[in-house]
Design a protein around this ligand. Structure first.
Ligand SMILES: [Cu+2]
Length: 240
């Protein structure tokens, strides 16, 4: 059932989304101020019926309505430019992950580990209550918590977009172009996202599941994946 909390942003789990929401609230305050002022003026004109002689050639008023919007725009421009640079800043990254959008699945490569790569497909709908319909995938993207991670995003066929609303990430994945984004998640848990750029008939069927784990579990997970890949390779060579 829908609740009032759903009107707002999802739970914030990274310093980046905190900053985004702060900017959003700040702009909202400016918006409310502008709407109230305009409403007040319109109401005043309606009630008092301003005559032309009162407002025409009012030099102070003209200066005010030229510079005030400029200052308001600057107040919005500087914080948003700052945020734009913070999202792409890459220093002291512990892990690099490459994700590539395909029609219609995501593939992941952990470039710091040899052979650590997998594809992530949607799970078909089932009656399993522990599974989110159209949001769950077979292979989760596991990352350690409280670790700066750089995610490189690209695509092989058409435009896709890699998005996790909890972390404030929504970055286009374009063929022939490498976009980078920073992840720093402060809470372990499962975070769900979807492709956010219309990419074809199965656009709604390529979700993203980010599994944020404590570092020791992440290490274990890398070992099991590597072992699995090795076994697969072995059976493949054995069968052929
Ligand atoms: Cu897509």
């Amino acid at each position: 059932m829908a609740t009032w909390e759903q009107l707002n942003f999802q739970n914030r789990t990274s310093p980046l989304i905190e900053q985004f929401i702060f900017l959003h609230d700040f702009i909202l305050i400016i918006l409310i101020l502008i709407i109230t002022t305009v409403f007040y003026i319109v109401l005043n004109i309606k009630i008092n019926k301003f005559t032309k002689s009162k407002t025409a050639d009012n030099h102070e008023l003209e200066i005010l309505w030229t510079f005030l919007p400029g200052i308001v725009l600057l107040l919005i421009a500087f914080p948003s430019l700052r945020l734009l640079y913070i999202t792409e800043e890459n220093k002291e990254n512990s892990i690099n992950i490459k994700t590539i959008g395909h029609q219609w699945y995501w593939s992941y490569e952990y470039t710091d580990f040899k052979n650590l790569e997998f594809d992530s497909f949607i799970l078909p709908s089932s009656n399993n209550l522990a599974q989110f319909r159209l949001l769950d995938v077979d292979n989760h993207t596991v990352i350690p918590e409280k670790t700066p991670i750089q995610l490189f995003i690209s695509a092989t066929d058409v435009l896709h977009s890699w998005a996790i609303p909890n972390l404030g990430i929504k970055t286009d994945s374009a063929p022939g172009r490498l976009n980078a984004v920073n992840i720093f998640c402060i809470k372990p848990g499962l975070y769900y996202g979807q492709c956010s750029e219309i990419c074809g008939t199965n656009h709604r069927f390529i979700p993203i599941v980010l599994d944020v784990q404590p570092i020791k579990y992440f290490k274990k997970w890398t070992q099991t994946i590597l072992l699995n890949n090795l076994l697969q390779e072995f059976t493949w060579t054995f069968n052929s």
